[in-house]
Design a protein around this ligand. Structure first.
Ligand code: 5GP
Ligand code: ZN
Length: 112
């Protein structure tokens, strides 16, 4: 399987790491859409939200446990947005589940 984020997790492709543990890898988006733009990915290959199930949902829980900590360390006390794109209609471009944290500025109201 040729997956960009699996290669980033393995360290085969460099990334700007923000946090890592046995479940979660967090790194800065290469093309930031806000002053703070971080991606959190599970350390197992899950293609999208559509593939979350009872066996792998612990990875999602671990990601969400880390989001407030990362937000705090990135000084996002004013608020932030957490987004995941799932499938073609949502313009998911990398087929490895990832959650975007966006913040550091006033975000636009529109999401779709
Ligand atoms: P999606 O469009 O699938 O929701 O988000 C994919 C995100 O991955 C995009 O925001 C894009 O900028 C980011 N991205 C794509 N390739 C790379 C890369 O090689 N390194 C990093 N750090 N981010 C990437
Ligand atoms: Zn992957």
């Amino acid at each position: 399987m040729n997956c960009l984020f699996c290669e980033i997790i393995k360290g085969n492709i460099p990334s700007s790491k923000v946090y890592e543990d046995e479940y979660v890898y967090a790194f800065r988006d290469i093309n930031p859409q806000a002053p703070v733009h971080i991606l959190l990915v599970p350390k197992v290959h899950i293609s999208s939200v559509d593939e979350i199930n009872a066996e792998n949902s612990v990875y999602v829980a671990k990601i969400f446990e880390k989001i407030p900590e990362i937000a705090k360390s990135e000084n996002l006390g004013g608020g932030y947005r957490v987004i995941t794109n799932c499938g073609a209609d949502a313009c998911q471009s990398v087929k490895h589940l990832h959650f975007h944290i966006l913040g550091g500025t006033q975000l636009i109201e529109k999401m779709g």
